[in-house]
Each structure stands twice: as structure tokens, then as C-alpha cells.
Design a protein around this ligand. Structure first.
Ligand code: S3P
Length: 168
């Protein structure tokens, strides 16, 4: 049976929705960021700091390629930048049904304004960074998606209902 894959901007809820969904439909969950951290033995922030974003992006593609060989009937949550590479979008489509959790920059900012774990949003004016990154990325998320779920103002149960209805 097909994997359920969650994509979307940092802070859109992929990890939390993934965990709640795994209880609801009794499927286990994998998270590309966590798999990469485990494989590398260091945090995403450390990887960005020591080896840079391009290296991290290479790890994401390698992670997807490994998953295609061995991941079935699971829920997979992904890093927010993973669908930006065309190669990764093709791999995602092969890996399962892709759900884009779409949120506005305002929602993202409210959720992440105190967060320090996202290297791309650190420093001056995170609000502006979110807006710019979102403008660059939204068309690519839409291209990568089989199903788009708007998450603003919705509770988790509603989001889960929408995903379950659209899966398979
Ligand atoms: C990133 C999102 C992060 C993580 C890394 C880069 C991005 O994952 O992969 O910090 O480029 O949007 P989350 O979406 O889980 O925060």
C-alpha cells in the first residue's frame, strides 16, 4: 500500500500531523530530518553550520533514494526544503501520495517566532525571511503535491479527516 507523504513549509505541522495520523490509522512514521540526523550523528543545525546547505540537500536526496527501496505503507514527514529539487519531486511521487500542508506566512511566523532549530530562519527579520522563502517555494510545493490541504485555522482532527479521505 502507498506511503502517505507530508510536505510543506517549516512549521506547517508536518511532524505533529504525522504523529497524530500514525495513531489514527495505525501506520508507523518516518521523518527525513530525523533519519538524516541519526545517520550523521549530529543535528540539522550542526550539518548546516559545518558543511553548508548544499551538503544537507545532497543528504536529503540520498535519504529519499534509500527510502524508495524499503519504505511501504508508512507515513513520511519531510524537511521543508526537500521538494525544491526536481529530482526529489520525482522521487517523492514514486515513494507515495504527496500531501502538501499549506499555511500562510503569518501562521508560520506565529508558530516559529521563538524557534531556534531552523537555521534558515535565524538572524534579522525572520518574518521577511519566511515571506521570501514562501514566495520562492509555494509553486514548487504545489507541483510536488498530489493533494493540497489548507491548514490555517483548522484543528488537527479536521486536517486528519481530510488526509484520510483523500488517501488511497
Ligand atoms: C528546512 C526545513 C527543516 C530542515 C532544515 C531546512 C527548509 O525541516 O529540513 O532546517 O529548507 O525548509 P522542517 O520543515 O521540519 O522544519
Amino acid at each position: 500500500m502507498k506511503n502517505i507523504i507530508l510536505i510543506g513549509f517549516m512549521g506547517c505541522g508536518k511532524s505533529t500531523v504525522g504523529i497524530k495520523l500514525s495513531y489514527r490509522i495505525r501506520r508507523s512514521i518516518e521523518d527525513t530530518d530525523k533519519l538524516i540526523e541519526k545517520e550523521e550523528g549530529r543535528t540539522i543545525s550542526d550539518i548546516f553550520q559545518t558543511d553548508g546547505e548544499a551538503y544537507f540537500r545532497m543528504l536529503e536526496t540520498a535519504c529519499l533514494k534509500r527510502m524508495i527501496k524499503r519504505t511501504n505503507h508508512k507515513i513520511i514527514s519531510t524537511g521543508g526544503g526537500l521538494p525544491l529539487k526536481e529530482e526529489n519531486r520525482t522521487l517523492l511521487k514514486k515513494l507515495g501520495t504527496v500531501f502538501y500542508l499549506r499555511a500562510t506566512p503569518e501562521t508560520i511566523y506565529e508558530r516559529l517566532k521563538h524557534d531556534q532549530s531552523r537555521p534558515l530562519l535565524q538572524g534579522e527579520n525572520p518574518q521577511e525571511k519566511i515571506r521570501t522563502l514562501m514566495a520562492d517555494r509555494s509553486a514548487l510545493y504545489e507541483q510536488a503535491a498530489d493533494v493540497i490541504i489548507d491548514v490555517d485555522g483548522k484543528n488537527f482532527d479536521t486536517i486528519l479527516d481530510e488526509i484520510v479521505k483523500a488517501a488511497d
